[in-house]
Design a binder for this molecule. Structure first.
Ligand SMILES: [Zn+2]
Length: 142
């Protein structure tokens, strides 16, 4: 059985190497769907939706209304530090694919014990950059 919850945030970003318009700082209304695949417990649940909210919301708060900056985008990082503007630093470019991998890793790293205790076998993450485009990845818990 798979349960999932959707989260939303607003953020700006750019891809400095991009030859099209993504080189410019622009914004997205991001959506992320987090899925948990596992066995039903005695209460008829995979993971309590409230627990999912508690796991993921702190991560979303950090990135909401921030500018996502890759750590090699020195100019932008310097500017945001000097101005004390909110930014979310990534060790790689802020493509939907990279964000997807990053959030999946973070969720598993921070909540593995809870997920294993809930007999979750697989975690999936979808990151929507727009209404029509998303990246999707999943990992099996060992
Ligand atoms: Zn973009």
């Amino acid at each position: 059985m798979i349960v999932a919850k959707r989260f939303n945030w607003e953020a700006a970003h750019r891809l400095p190497w991009h030859e099209g318009k993504c080189k410019q700082i622009h914004g997205h209304s991001y959506k992320m769907i987090v899925e948990f695949d596992g066995e039903l417990n005695e209460k008829g649940m995979v993971v309590d939706f409230n627990d999912i909210k508690k796991m993921i919301e702190p991560i979303v708060k950090q990135i909401d209304h921030a500018t996502i900056i890759s750590s090699n985008d020195f100019e932008l990082k310097e500017l945001f530090e000097a101005k004390s503007w909110k930014y979310f630093l990534l060790p790689f470019d802020s493509t939907a694919e990279n964000l997807c991998n990053y959030f999946l890793g973070l969720i598993i790293e921070q909540h593995k014990d809870l997920l294993v205790a809930n007999r979750v076998k697989e975690v999936g993450v979808k990151v929507f950059e727009t209404d029509t485009t998303y990246a999707y990845t999943k990992a099996t818990l060992k």
